[in-house]
Design a binder for this molecule. Structure first.
Ligand code: F6P
Length: 327
C-alpha cells in the first residue's frame, strides 16, 4: 500500500510550450483544494538539484492562465542524468516532506521522472507539455494547438507575398523528431509538399514533384518542412532546388522559436487545466508513474514507461490526402 500523498512538487522541464502556466495553475489550485502543500520547483530538475524550491499558494498562480512561457522556468538538465545529481535532488524534496511530483514536459522529462521514482520511490505524474505533439497516449499535448496556429498565421502571410511574386517558399517549422507541426500547418495552408521526419521523402522525389507541377503550369509556391527531415532542413532543400530547377524563384523562411511563444489558445488552456486537475487527483488516488492524456475527449492514463517508449504514428491516409489535395 503506497503512502498517502500530502506534499507535492510541480516543475516544468524541456522546451517550454504555451499553456504550461495554465497547467501549473491547475496543479496548484487543485492541490490546495484537497489540502495538500504545493511546492514550485524552479528551472526543472536543475532547481531540484540546486534546492530552488518554494511553497506556492493560490495567489502564486493568479493572472498566469493567459501567459506563454512558464513562471517556473524550464531547463534541460545534464546533472540529472547522474545518480549523484538525482540523489541531491531527492534529498531536497525529502527535507520538505514532498512525497509526490507532477512533471510537465515531454519525453526526456518523463524519463527523468521515471528514473527518480524507480530509485527513490517517489510517485510521479507526467503532464504532456510540448509543442511537438509527439507523445504516445494522448491526442493533445499542451502547446501544440497554439504553436501550429502560430505557424499557420505566418505561412498564410508568406503565401501572400509568394503569390504576388510567383515565388516558391520553403518554410521550415519546428519538430526535431516529429512532423506534426509541419503536417497540420502544411495541410491547413494548402502547401504543395510537406516533408516530415516520420515519412521518407527523398529530395529527388521533391524535385520530381515540383518539376512535374511546373510542367503542368501549376503555380507552386509552398513547401513546408519539419526541421528534423532527413534533407537537413529548408536551406539545404533550397540549395538543391536552385541547382535543379533554376527557373523557380526560391526563398527560405525558418519560423523558429516564434512557435514556442505567445498566449495559449483556448484549447491549450482547456487541456492544460484538465490535465493539471487530473494529475493531482491521480496522485491522491494512488495512481503512480503515469502520464495523463486526453483521448477521444476522455482522460487516459498511460504508464510513463509506455509513454516514453511508444511513438505516435502518422496515418498513411493523411499522407495520401496531402498528395491528392496538393495535385
Ligand atoms: O521539443 C520542442 C522543440 O521546440 C523542438 O520542436 C525543437 O527541435 C526543440 O524544441 C528546440 O529546442 P531548443 O529551444 O533547446 O533549441
Amino acid at each position: 500500500m503506497s503512502k498517502k500523498v500530502t506534499k507535492i512538487g510541480v516543475l516544468t522541464s524541456g522546451g517550454d510550450s504555451p499553456g504550461m502556466n495554465a497547467a501549473i495553475r491547475a496543479v496548484v489550485r487543485t492541490g490546495l483544494y484537497y489540502g495538500l502543500d504545493v511546492f514550485g520547483i524552479v528551472r526543472g530538475y536543475n532547481g531540484m538539484i540546486e534546492d530552488d524550491i518554494f511553497q506556492m499558494n493560490s495567489r502564486s498562480v493568479a493572472n498566469i492562465i493567459q501567459r506563454g512561457g512558464t513562471i517556473l522556468k524550464t531547463a534541460r538538465s545534464k546533472d540529472f542524468f547522474d545518480h549523484e545529481g538525482r540523489k541531491r535532488a531527492f534529498a531536497n524534496l525529502e527535507k520538505r516532506g514532498i512525497n509526490g511530483l507532477v512533471v510537465i514536459g515531454g519525453n526526456g522529462s518523463f524519463t527523468g521522472a521515471l528514473i527518480l521514482s524507480n530509485e527513490f520511490g517517489i510517485p510521479c505524474i507526467g503532464i504532456p507539455g510540448t509543442i511537438d505533439k509527439d507523445l504516445y497516449g494522448t491526442d493533445f499535448t499542451i502547446g501544440f494547438d497554439t504553436a501550429v496556429n502560430t505557424a499557420v498565421q505566418a505561412i498564410d502571410k508568406i503565401r501572400d507575398t509568394a503569390d504576388a511574386h510567383d515565388r516558391l517558399f520553403i518554410v521550415e517549422v519546428m519538430g526535431r523528431d516529429a512532423g506534426y507541426i509541419a503536417l497540420h500547418s502544411g495541410i491547413a495552408t494548402g502547401a504543395e509538399n510537406i516533408l516530415i521526419p516520420e515519412v521518407h521523402t527523398s529530395i529527388e522525389e521533391l524535385i520530381g514533384s515540383l518539376s512535374e507541377k511546373e510542367k503542368r503550369k501549376k503555380l507552386v509556391n509552398l513547401v513546408v518542412v519539419a526541421e528534423g527531415h532527413s534533407s537537413g532542413g529548408a536551406n539545404e532543400i533550397a540549395k538543391y532546388v536552385k541547382q535543379h530547377l533554376p527557373n523557380l524563384d526560391t526563398r527560405v523562411t525558418i519560423l523558429g522559436h516564434i512557435q514556442r511563444g505567445g498566449s495559449p489558445s483556448c484549447l491549450d488552456r482547456l487541456i492544460a487545466s484538465r490535465m493539471g486537475y487530473y494529475a493531482v487527483e491521480s496522485l491522491i488516488e494512488g495512481r503512480h508513474n503515469v502520464m495523463v492524456g486526453v483521448m477521444n475527449s476522455s482522460m487516459l492514463y498511460t504508464p510513463l514507461e509506455i509513454a516514453i517508449r511508444e511513438k505516435q504514428r502518422i496515418s498513411e491516409d493523411w499522407m495520401k490526402m496531402v498528395k491528392i489535395l496538393a495535385s
